[in-house]
Design a protein around this ligand. Sequence first.
Ligand code: COA
Length: 162
Amino acid sequence: MVNFQIRNVIEADFIQISHIAEKCKPMTIMNNSTYHIFTKHFKNTSFVVEDIDGNLIGFLLGFISQNNPKEGYIHLLCIDLKLRREGIAKNLVKNFIKTVSDKGCKKVVLVTKPQNKISIKFYNKMGFIPYKSNQIVQIEDMDVFKDYDGPGEDKIVLFKLI
Ligand SMILES: CC(C)(COP(=O)(O)OP(=O)(O)OC[C@H]1O[C@@H](n2cnc3c(N)ncnc32)[C@H](O)[C@@H]1OP(=O)(O)O)[C@@H](O)C(=O)NCCC(=O)NCCS
């Protein structure tokens, strides 16, 4: 069992976040500027995990929708490869849900790639379910939004009522 603690991001975290993110495939790797925006402008809903020596071992970057303040959105979630299956992501997501729920959210939403089977298993285990819509096609028994993020970028949209 790993000892870890969750805290809100500070601006300087974005460099270390980008180092962890490099090893987070199949999660989409972003430009550093994206991580920087989250650590600068979404501090209240973005978190890092530290080990007992203060090393960053994971992160969750999220926000509350400006258009629908009752909806929280998880943009990126990743745990250091060596420390997976220790319940760290579960704790991060629970922490995010509690945070946005306290701010009035009733739902948490996220988008993942159909090929990211581990992420889908993880979020299903956390109680997230796929959105249904007439834009959805069934691929390998999954509810997939074709071209959700542009041509060829199919995605699964998952949500959980909180
Ligand atoms: C998805 C991810 C964040 C899960 O992190 P984690 O800390 O290993 O997850 P947890 O230990 O909290 O897992 C909680 C539950 O999710 C499920 N789960 C997690 N990883 C799993 C795997 N590899 N295979 C099957 N089920 C898995 C299990 O039910 C697990 O509970 P259990 O270990 O008691 O069986 C991690 O694999 C990761 O960083 N992946 C790369 C980045 C990514 O794809 N992020 C998500 C898309 S943005």
